[in-house]
Design a protein around this ligand. Structure first.
Ligand SMILES: [Fe+2]
Length: 342
């Protein structure tokens, strides 16, 4: 089964499938006739069914994610609590200035297997945009991107703030952002995203990798860019499937919203893995020590560059913020990854 391009991704089964769940409760989706069938061919019918069912339960309040602070979020509004506390302590404005203080982080990925032709290829990574959280963020990102040089842009998931709110505001903000990006723009879904954002954003010019692989030619060489669906909440990722679509010996970069699949990714032989999801803790103690962790990955994989066996990884602390437009001791970033032979 090929996972390359749009021809791949279907489960290829002729057996009768259970009907897809009714997604009318999810509200306005801006979908066109045939979009769900197309998504099913790409993600695989069983995974699409699993994702849509989870989305419906989640929208109905019957599924929970982000079990932070020992489940305290089920009984109190954590975001409102944090905001009130910040105002009481007089650190709200400082935290919001930090949130809007977007850094450009330049990172070199030195890899011994990099084909000579890919030397110097630069990937721009945005992650965890949560663009509907604060209307000021979009313009800040577009300003920061002005004059930045790169070859390919990737967005490693989480376009929306709330995990089951109206997705239209974040889609519209993302469409505006896409106009400020150059060259090919790839993305994967995060745990805050419903799959219904894929068709409108692809019509606006970006390309989602739904357990799919695309081949990028650069300098006479080839890079295989793989992307999997969210492994954290929806668990509809298919690392084995995308790996099977990459020729043996080819150089590969994996986009995966959460770094928690690092061990599996290394086992499949991916060369590079780019993730987000952790926000680096977002509101940290001095020194960047996170108070909250949202995935089961070792501390080195929670923020910045890391290495596991032959896998070279990088976890963005996020371009935006989630829940509250505040950051402490953990500034947001857009990241420039320059590939070099090392
Ligand atoms: Fe996020």
């Amino acid at each position: 089964m090929s996972k390359m391009s749009e021809a791949g991704g279907a489960d290829g089964s002729a057996r009768p499938a259970a009907p897809l769940p009714n997604t009318a409760a999810l509200g306005e989706t801006s979908l066109a006739p045939g979009d769900y069938e197309q998504l099913g061919r790409r993600l695989g019918k069983s995974r699409l069914r699993q994702r849509l069912n989870t989305q419906v339960y989640h929208a109905a309040g019957e599924a929970h994610q982000e079990e932070i602070l020992f489940g305290l979020g089920r009984v109190v509004e954590i975001d409102a609590l944090v905001e009130r506390l910040a105002r009481l302590l007089g650190i709200y404005r400082w935290g919001r200035n930090n949130f809007l203080g977007l850094r450009l982080v330049e990172h070199r990925i030195r890899h011994p297997r990099l084909p000579a032709g890919l030397e110097g290829l630069t990937l721009l990574q945005l992650s965890d945009l949560h663009l509907d959280l604060d209307p000021a963020l979009g313009a800040v990102i577009r300003d920061r991107l002005r004059g930045v040089d790169y070859d390919v842009a990737v967005i490693t998931g989480d376009f929306r703030n709330k995990t089951c709110a109206d997705q239209e505001p974040s889609v519209m903000e993302t469409v505006t952002l896409l106009a400020a990006l150059r060259g090919p723009v790839y993305g994967v879904l995060g745990n805050h995203d419903f799959i219904e954002i894929v068709p409108p954003l692809e019509r606006a010019g970006m390309r989602f990798l739904l357990n799919e692989v695309d081949r990028i030619r650069f300098g006479g060489a080839e890079l295989y860019l793989a992307g999997v669906d969210d492994p954290n909440f929806y668990r509809t990722h298919d690392l084995a499937g995308v790996r099977d679509a990459i020729p043996d010996g080819a150089f590969s970069v994996l986009l995966c919203h959460s770094p928690e699949t690092y061990r599996e990714a290394a086992g499949h032989g991916f060369d590079v893995m780019l993730s987000g999801h952790t926000h680096g803790g977002q509101c940290c103690l001095p020194g960047g020590h996170a108070l909250v962790r949202v995935c089961d990955a070792p501390k080195p994989m929670q923020a910045g560059a890391w290495r596991y066996q032959e896998l070279h990884g990088y976890t963005s602390v996020g371009t935006g913020a989630c829940g509250v437009p505040l950051r402490y001791f953990c500034p947001p970033e857009i990241t420039l990854h320059r590939l070099e032979r090392g």
